[in-house]
Design a protein around this ligand. Structure first.
Ligand code: ASP
Length: 339
């Protein structure tokens, strides 16, 4: 009798655990490639196609990893690599230039299961800054490293390093020249449209949030920051809670926009807190926080994914390069507001 009961218990446990396996079908991934004044009338057909193709290529890489049972960390890292390696975006190759015509890259990563996080700021030689952020998380006792020390750490960890010239493109060099020319001609305070112009020279930060088949969320963000930045300025992208946040209990968030406002509004954590403590949907939470940013005078956007696969892609600018894929493989690639 005892033996029969044992057999039933084993059958019961096996059926329960296989049920959990069967339920593990939800995964998803969402990315952005920067927000700002992105208008169809200012975009050539070739450029628009190049952006849509690159977003599609990037998200497909992460989706394939998740579909095969890979981790959300791997999906975020590999997806961001595609965008960092493309000169279209303000991250890795094609990053904006600082006032002294150099490069200073920021990135961060957060694991929603463990709440571990890593970030780097102001690096000049790591080919893929998102990998350096992940290394800080996995192989150092710290959360954030900066400048030459961060570059040295990445090299010691065996990450690919490149000369600064690798990152610099003619497009971003010309943007810096235009901003400097305006600045030189300016005696009085900047008008709103001039501020708008400056801000738009930095579009193209990249970010990704992924949910894997084990229900784990991860988020990452990578950027060159703002054109003409001075004094080793650091934006929101490498700040955990501002530009990036992930918690399995709520959601994962990656932000893009005018960094100073995103730091002051602690955007990514604020969204996660509204989801966790007030039970808001990711869309409601994102709308609420982006409105706060707007009220302060800031602009930009966020991509958000919760542990059920619900997605938000909210922004208060005329466009945001963005894409989403769910478990079924349905893909949504968008640029402008009214798409
Ligand atoms: N948030 C970035 C920064 O302020 C720039 C951007 O996302 O456009 O450095």
């Amino acid at each position: 009798m005892k033996h029969i009961l044992k057999v039933f218990a084993v059958i019961f446990l096996v059926s329960c655990s296989s049920k959990v396996e069967v339920d593990k079908t939800t995964f998803g991934i969402v990315i952005h490639g920067g927000a700002g004044t992105i208008l169809k009338e200012n975009m050539s057909e070739e450029m628009e196609k190049a952006y849509r193709d690159k977003l599609t290529e990037a998200i497909a890489v992460g989706h394939a990893i998740l579909k095969a049972g890979g981790t959300s960390q791997d999906a975020v890292e590999q997806t961001i690599h595609v965008m960092e390696n493309s000169p279209l975006f303000n991250s890795g190759k094609g990053a904006v230039l600082t006032a002294d015509e150099s490069i200073a890259l920021d990135a961060s990563f957060m694991d929603g299961k463990t709440l571990d996080a890593g970030a780097i700021a102001g690096v000049k030689h790591v080919k893929n800054p998102i990998s350096a952020a992940i290394k800080v998380m996995n192989s150092s006792p710290h959360v954030m490293l900066s400048g030459a020390g961060a570059d040295r750490f990445a090299a010691e960890e065996g990450l690919d390093t490149v000369p600064e010239s690798y990152f610099i493109t003619e497009r971003r060099f010309n943007a810096l020249k235009r901003v400097k020319a305006r600045e030189a001609n300016k005696q009085t305070a900047l008008t709103t449209s001039e501020m708008q112009y400056y801000r738009n020279q930095r579009i193209g930060t990249v970010g990704c949030v992924a949910l894997d088949l084990n229900g784990n969320l991860a988020a990452g963000t990578s950027t060159g920051g703002m054109t003409n930045k001075k004094w080793d300025r650091i934006g929101d992208a490498p700040i955990i809670g501002a530009g990036t946040y992930a918690n399995n209990a709520s959601c994962g968030v990656s932000a893009t926009g005018w960094g100073e406002f995103f730091i002051r509004s602690v955007v990514a954590h604020d969204i996660a807190a509204l989801v966790e403590y007030k039970n808001l949907s990711v869309v409601e939470a994102s709308k609420q926080v982006m409105q706060k940013v707007k009220d302060l005078g800031g602009d930009g956007g966020v991509v958000v994914l919760d542990s059920k696969g619900n997605v938000a892609m909210e922004f208060n600018t005329s466009g945001m390069y963005r894409a989403h894929m769910n478990s079924a493989g349905a893909i949504d690639v968008k640029i402008y507001k009214n798409e």
